[in-house]
Design a protein around this ligand. Sequence first.
Ligand code: NAP
Length: 368
Amino acid sequence: MLSVGLIGWRGMVGSVLMQRMREENDFAGIKPVFFSTSKVGGPAPREAGEGRVLMDARDAQELVACDVLMTCQGGEYTTEMYGPLRKSGWKGYWIDAASTLRMSEDTVIILDPVNADVIRGGLTRGMRTFAGGNCTVSLMLMAVSGLFKAGLVEWMTTMTYQAASGAGAAKMLELVKQMEYLTEPTRTAPSQSALEIDQMMIQVQRDASLPTQEIGVPLAGSLIPWIDRDMPGGQTREEWKGMAETNKIMGLEPQVPVDGICVRVGTMRCHGQALCIKLTEDVPLQHIEQILASSNSWVRVIPNDMGSTLRCLTPTSVSGTLNVPIGRLHKLKLGPEYLGAFTVGDQLLWGAAEPMRRMLGILREYLG
Ligand code: NAP
């Protein structure tokens, strides 16, 4: 029986991965081994079996005993453990949520509704390292990969609205604490004056006691136009990933330029992105909608009207579902080859956990 080590299963991506694997009965027929960096010896989830405990995620002997390692622990863990494990001669399959290995030649970026051929080709060539893509890139491709495949994208800008959950469990928890802190004065001194409430809010947002240990600044009722570290040329690393990962996932040659500004907003879960796509030719909108709608089973083309947009194209309506709606589709005033669109998706599902659990399924099928 395939033994599958799970590391980082308690974090944001890891707990959604666990939830999805339970829902889809993925634990049947495998031997799961649960690791931890912080609670070694504690009780393991029930899938490990009666009385099983958490193994040490830094114990190379225990790790190499697994055929497959699935990690949602983060980039630092990957940097620390992956190289030494491979150097020790471990030939198992490594499935990772972190960005550390994504651009390495030995790694396939996994998003099978979009690049199943690349994944299967990699397996056949003996590749053993698989990494989930950046969440905004994966969600964008779930929505518009049909246009890339049809050769219709000359370049694209993505302006993102990224949820707190994209930064991990601790940041989500702090966002809620900030929300509680922010609304407290309006409960103790209620007012009907919007101006008065506004003054209260801004005061409390600027209050030094607002919890910001994790996020660094107020995010509740605000936004942060900076995600990840800086890169040469004025981009952030999150923005750099847009072009690098899109082209790698799709196997595009020559490269298609993708760039934009990535912004963290005070939503809990689900990333939104406004796209401007420069088409290679003037394609009728109806044809574009057909290409998008038929590109995979999860994309939903939302009519460009107010009712449908408010009902179907918000983080609140999409959260916890595998649907990837794309709407606001219209030709921009810039010219008939410029397409505007807005898409939203649950980045903990298609942006992180779902490609990982599906990769395990593809691997099981491949190994027979
Ligand atoms: P996370 O929620 O911060 O979890 C990572 C680890 O932090 C956990 O495994 C846990 O390790 C520890 N941890 C510390 N405080 C915690 C708390 N309050 N609750 C739960 N766990 C806590 O990180 P993540 O968002 O899942 O991201 C994991 C990796 O996936 C990162 O490399 C990230 O870049 C990547 N990724 C994330 C997303 C996303 O949407 N969040 C999307 C794509 C890729 P121990 O149990 O060992 O202590």
